[in-house]
Design a binder for this molecule. Structure first.
Ligand SMILES: C[S@@+](CC[C@H](N)C(=O)[O-])C[C@H]1O[C@@H](n2cnc3c(N)ncnc32)[C@H](O)[C@@H]1O
Length: 283
């Protein structure tokens, strides 16, 4: 038993191949998604969502610049607890929000009901979305596109291109290597009685791996409790303007705006984030 475990841990401590999968259930794991919801709603940090004043500024920027207008049909991909969806709906935007976290959507629906907002929340994997020319605007906020391998990223971009009306806009953000360079590779471990990963006592072995020649980073977590040992892998493919531009162009997208964030801060070459607005011409 211990021998088997040591053999497995020995394998896991080696640098995995790019985008090697970990546990498939992360966002929709019942306990982890509850921890994630709490994290989304905790305004003291930006671990899962940006802070409320940044979200407000971002939504005001979209509305003020005319990128999003009252009456527009807008799709929020990975809407989480609906922090953007609510504000957009309050401004008269016709919002659909999709997510795979039942916990986050339950909260979002409760909040919408309390505010008498008509938001169409759907529990689906956005990669399975099959809609054609339905939305004026699609948004995806907080670097979700960074988390995919190239083939999955391209599949999602084609789902988005299909779902946009002609001339429709996709608004999204991407983390850059400048953000990643603030992190350090290494490993650490801890045991806790209850926490983010499990509601009962568990051990977490955390390790980070850098793939600088690919602009890819991995946060890996091995979580052990009385029942089993599981490995979670959070992959991040960071981009700069000159690395995302050819990808977008190849997929038929044209960049309309680029900022250092989605609240419209001026673009600099060394920002932590890129905020982008693109349209799809190849349909
Ligand atoms: C980093 S959070 C950002 C949430 C929200 N956009 C925000 O900024 O507050 C990513 C969200 O995407 C959702 N998500 C991840 N993969 C998904 C998928 N394949 N289909 C639908 N939702 C997904 C997660 O459940 C989570 O709510």
């Amino acid at each position: 038993m211990i021998d088997q475990l040591l053999t497995q841990l020995h394998i896991w401590q080696n640098k995995p191949v790019l985008f090697a999968p970990g546990e498939p259930r992360f966002w929709d794991d019942p306990h982890i998604s509850q921890s994630m919801l709490e994290s989304h709603l905790d305004d003291r940090h930006e671990a899962a969502s940006r802070q409320s004043q940044v979200i407000e500024k971002t939504v005001q920027h979209w509305l003020g610049s005319g990128l999003v207008k009252p009456g527009d049909r807008l799709l929020d991909l990975g809407c989480g607890p609906g922090l953007y969806a609510q504000q957009l709906s309050l401004a008269g935007v016709n919002v659909t929000g999709v997510d795979i976290s039942e916990n986050s959507l339950r909260y979002a629906i409760k909040r919408a009901k309390a505010q008498d907002l008509d938001i169409d929340y759907r529990l689906i994997n956005f990669l399975d979305l099959d809609e054609k020319e339905s939305y004026d605007v699609i948004i995806q906020v907080y670097g979700e596109l960074n988390t995919f391998s190239d083939p999955v990223r391209d599949k999602l971009m084609s789902v988005i291109g299909r779902a946009l009306k002609p001339g429709g806009r996709f608004i999204f953000d991407l983390s850059t290597r400048h953000l990643r360079s603030k992190q350090k590779t290494g490993s650490s471990w801890f045991v806790e009685d209850t926490g983010f990963w499990r509601p009962h006592r568990h051990l977490v072995l955390e390790q980070n791996f850098d793939y600088p020649q690919h602009d890819v980073w991995l946060d890996q977590y091995i979580v052990a409790d009385h029942e089993d040992v599981k490995i979670y892998r959070n992959w991040f493919h960071d981009y700069q303007l000159d690395t995302i531009q050819p990808v977008l162009s190849h997929l038929g997208y044209t960049i309309q705006h680029v900022w250092d964030d989605l609240a419209g801060s001026d673009y600099t070459e060394d920002g932590d984030w890129l905020g982008l607005v693109v349209t799809n011409d190849k349909r």
